[in-house]
Design a protein around this ligand. Structure first.
Ligand code: GDP
Length: 299
């Protein structure tokens, strides 16, 4: 239900064109596939992914024919679901606590907010959580995370602004290990001078984490702002080259018609979307489910 309302604008923008296509009672032809292609591009599914989907639908139309718009809708759903599930991977949970989850991404995408929301979500699930403020670059990030830590009732380990993020992580990982905390959530800085700088900083953090908790970080979640659409995808690529990203958090899906970006992320980055941000409040996060998403978009 919450997924459905999160993709309302994307569904509405799709449904204008899709509505015309789907209302077809005759066999689907080239012209209707062109209309569909246009609708997919407008929802920010992106050219490579749209081409892949339309190509497969066109093949199918040529081979077997597509009898009606309703059948086309079902085939489209199956295509999107195929792309989303092809990148689904089980989350690797370590046998000994803590599980270290690192949040990376460009400033302003919602890393700090997501760290706070996830802390609260895991707490609600009854798991023990520790937050680490390793975004020592952005002026307000540490205070902001402090507010989230109070709201979610989760302890926070921090250093001062301008300090070494790896030092904060070292302290937090050591504390999480000593307390046998189940999950350590690490908010990192998203400064983007150069790829080399970013790589160096993330590398150091990964090595620090691994030194204290061997095998960690277990998850590196890349936060992408859905409203930035294809641009966000470009920036995301830089992070996937600088760090071993294991999954995506797509924020600000509320209020954007660019929800098709979910499909582009799966197809172009080959990474599963783990969570979706649907607002600014603490409970405004949902675990991503490919079936629920596809149904919400085209159901
Ligand atoms: P950071 O620089 O990556 O840590 O980004 P922040 O966590 O400070 O978030 C930047 C802005 O985006 C803040 O104003 C947040 O309230 C807002 N924000 C984050 N996630 C969401 C979301 O899912 N939906 C909406 N509408 N706003 C969000």
């Amino acid at each position: 239900e919450r997924m459905r309302s999160a993709v309302t604008r994307t569904r509405e923008s799709l449904s204008t064109t899709l509505g015309t296509v789907v209302a077809l009672t005759r066999e689907v032809d080239d012209a209707s596939l062109d209309d569909l292609e246009f609708a997919l591009l407008a929802s920010d599914i992106g050219a490579p992914t749209t081409n892949e989907i339309i190509g497969r639908l066109r093949d199918r139309a040529l081979r077997q024919g597509i009898a009606s718009g309703a059948e086309l809708r079902e085939l489209l759903k199956a295509e999107i679901l195929r792309i989303l599930t092809s990148v689904a991977k089980p989350v690797y949970a370590p046998s000994n606590p803590p599980e270290v989850v690192m949040m990376v991404g460009v400033n302003g995408t919602g890393k700090t907010t997501t760290s706070g929301k996830l802390a609260a979500l895991y707490r609600r699930e009854g798991r023990s959580v520790l937050l680490c403020a390793a975004d020592t670059f952005r002026a307000a990030a540490i205070e902001q995370l402090e507010v989230w830590s109070q709201r979610s009732g989760v302890d926070l380990i921090k250093t001062k602004q301008g300090g070494d993020p790896s030092a904060a992580l070292f302290d937090a990982a050591s504390a999480a290990k000593a307390r046998a905390t189940e999950i350590l959530l690490v908010d990192t800085a998203g400064r983007l001078h150069t790829k080399a700088d970013l790589m160096k900083e993330l590398d150091k953090m990964v090595r620090t984490s691994d030194k204290v908790v061997p095998g960690s970080p277990h998850q590196t979640l890349l936060v992408i702002d859905a409203t930035t659409g294809q641009n966000g995808l470009q920036q995301a690529r830089l992070f996937t080259e600088a760090a071993k990203v294991t999954g995506i958090v797509l924020t600000k899906l509320d209020g954007t018609a660019k929800g098709g970006i979910v499909v582009a992320i799966a197809h172009e980055l080959g990474l599963p979307v783990r969570y979706v941000g649907i607002g600014e409040k603490i409970e405004d996060i949902i675990e991503f489910d490919p079936v629920a998403f596809t149904e919400s978009l085209l159901g």
